[in-house]
Write a protein that binds this ligand. Sequence first.
Ligand code: GLV
Length: 325
Amino acid sequence: MSQKPKIIVSVTLPPDLRDRLAASCDIIDVPVGQRPEEVLSAETRAQVSGMVCTMKTKIDTGLLEALPALTVSSNFAVGFDNVDVAAATSRKVLICNTPRVLDGAVADVTIGLMLCLARNLVAGDAFVRSGAWTKGAFPLTRDIRGKTLGLLGMGRIGRVVARTAQAFDMPVIYHNRREDPEAKGLATYVGRDELFKTSEVLSVHIPLSAETRHSVGKRELSLMKPTAYLINTARGPVVDEAALIEALRAGSIAGAGLDVMEQEPLPASSPLCELPNVVLQAHVGSATHETRRAMIDLAVNNLLDALGGKQPVAMVNPEVWRARA
Ligand code: GLV
């Protein structure tokens, strides 16, 4: 019988990484988004000690009970709202993720959405393609230079957005649970309401949790200027989408740039698809060849390190690792 650890792979791996994993582990493939407890036999599940998966795998009590020998699960994502971290920690299952390597790519989409909204670039493209230009000029748009950028959340991605915004001469303000010493000289800390009231562009950079779900709601949107744009490249459910649609329809804010939505993939029947003051992307913040490669490298390294007894680079619940030592 093989002595290699058995691992679930529920992510598409580049061939070289698959070979690397196969050299030291027995791979059990589970199609992305399918629940291991539904597709694997109890006998197989009982032997699984590691897993690498996407956000589509819900790591909850049901899954943890179905994989009693699991010691580590490595998320191919920086976000981990697919994981019940408390349940994993209490079962001593180490959770790993992929921070840092995607900060620049997500910040780029944030800035891109901001430019698309203020300069109406998506409508401008359609205007030229349709021949409308031959009948008249495209309507004037708005500058982002000099406008105040507000960041709800100042973590790794928020800091890169703030640095990039400096090149656009944008004063940056932010609100966090705590003032961030690393943001000194980059952005000014303000109260939460002041952030919504003052920002010309308000960009969301907080993780999804029970506390942050719908934390940008009717009240917050009503504080915003009618000229302001909301950008969300974090997680859809942080924003109350029904309240956002209402604000966009009423013109109480100028527009929204969304890379994430409450329901993904977003159906074409969503009212968001009807609104002219919205720019939509398909949750592609980190979706470049370079960044996704760096993420999968990190996810696989985290898994192999943990299985091999070496401290992984990125752990969500490091207390599990410390307890092992
Ligand atoms: C993407 O949304 C991620 O969390 O990595």
